[in-house]
Design a protein around this ligand. Structure first.
Ligand code: HEM
Length: 146
């Protein structure tokens, strides 16, 4: 017996990344790829088997079908089934850029209300204390020099 340890499991290091431009070429019935949740599926052999029909898949071939896929409300079975057509991931540069922007804006934020409120309170309390001491020892009320 030889080669008994060989498996077909796809490990993280083997995952392929495809650019949107590459994926867009796979847009025909002989060669249909779909992007769903930033993953790339080759559904060519599945077109005729798809319970929702081949036309809906062909309409989205070569593009991002996440919204249409979710709108249908596919079953857990359908989600498990799609794993066998997985060929890779959408390239990081072609993913939704909004989420990256949010991260950048928030990470630069270091100030919070505590950084100015605590010194302001301390200063106010010190001032009240000085005023009271002054009144106690001089009998003079600050701000009312008559
Ligand atoms: C690899 C991707 C896909 C797989 C494995 C898949 C699988 C399935 C399965 C198993 C069903 C039967 C109902 C269910 O179990 O939810 C179904 C129905 C359906 N699918 Fe998909 N699907 C895929 C992608 C898509 C996409 C991208 C669209 C839309 C563009 C779509 C549109 C539909 C429609 C319209 C139905 C019929 C729903 C109904 O009759 O109620 N599917 N699909």
């Amino acid at each position: 017996m030889e080669g008994g340890n060989k498996t077909d499991t796809v490990s993280e290091s083997n995952v392929k990344y495809y650019t949107l431009e590459e994926i867009q070429h796979h847009n025909m019935s002989k060669d249909s790829w779909l992007i769903i949740h930033d993953k790339v599926y080759d559904v060519t052999s599945f077109l005729e088997e798809h319970p929702g029909g081949e036309d809906v898949l062909l309409e989205q071939a070569g593009s991002d079908a996440t919204e249409s896929f979710e709108d249908v409300g596919h079953s857990t079975d359908a989600k498990e089934m799609m794993q066998q057509y997985l060929v890779g991931n959408l390239h990081l540069d072609d993913r939704n850029k909004d989420s990256k922007e949010i991260l950048i804006t928030n990470s630069g934020e270091s100030s919070s209300w505590t950084t100015w409120l605590i010194p302001a309170l301390a200063a106010a309390m010190e001032r009240i204390d000085i005023t009271q001491q002054f009144q106690k020892y001089t009998g003079c009320s600050l701000g009312r020099w008559t």
